[in-house]
Design a protein around this ligand. Structure first.
Ligand code: ZN
Length: 200
């Protein structure tokens, strides 16, 4: 639990750091920071990531790349559709309670295949129905709203997961109430690389 060469940021400061990193990535002005031997060595004794990202497993959506961050910066959990189950929630609680991350980002992305499967509503094999059923409420929420159903469902899904985390007892809700943990939803766009922070 050592703090590694990094003063503790607030949630807002962490958000600014991600926004700045994404702007560099969008414009192909990446700094590729904190990835050398020195950084690797200084992290041997512990980690102090300044943000947690719950993102999709999609190979095109790598948080450390698209936010232009380095080793030890982001605590990343990736699962198709950026959904919650108890093991994902436990990993998030670990980062919040023991690593004191000040910011959690639930990162959906355009053209998400997992959300697309829920929108399509067609039979899927194996354990995929378990995943689709977790996403389904987000699709139901936007189904009659018109517009781009897939993109609206992607945003609704990210917002729902963020809301669920903010209300999660014990651990997370208490930290949010205390003002030491910020939770936001976002969408990453595959075409231009931009991350949009979503309003509640
Ligand atoms: Zn996806």
């Amino acid at each position: 639990m050592a703090t590694i060469n990094q003063q503790q940021l607030t949630g807002d400061e962490a958000l600014t750091r991600l926004t700045d990193g994404n702007a560099r990535y969008v414009q192909a002005q990446m700094e590729h920071p904190r990835r050398g031997i020195e950084r690797r060595q200084e992290l041997v004794g512990g980690q102090s990531p300044f943000a947690l990202v719950l993102g999709c497993a999609d190979s095109r959506v790598s948080p450390t790349v698209l936010f232009d961050q380095g080793l030890g910066d982001l605590f990343v959990i990736r699962v198709a559709g950026n959904v919650l189950d108890t093991t994902v929630l436990a990993s998030i609680e670990y980062a919040a309670a023991f690593l004191a991350v000040p910011l959690i980002v639930v990162l959906g992305h355009s053209n998400c295949g997992a959300v697309g499967a829920a929108v399509a509503g067609k039979p899927v094999p194996g354990h995929l129905p378990d995943l689709v059923s977790i996403i389904q409420p987000a699709v139901d929420q936007v189904q009659d709203g018109g517009g781009d159903i897939l993109n609206n469902a992607i945003q609704a899904n990210a917002r729902r997961v963020a809301d669920e985390l903010a209300a999660s007892q014990p651990v997370l809700a208490d930290l949010v109430q205390a003002g030491t943990l910020k939770i936001v939803a976002a969408e990453y766009y595959l075409d231009d690389g931009r991350v949009e922070w979503l309003d509640k």
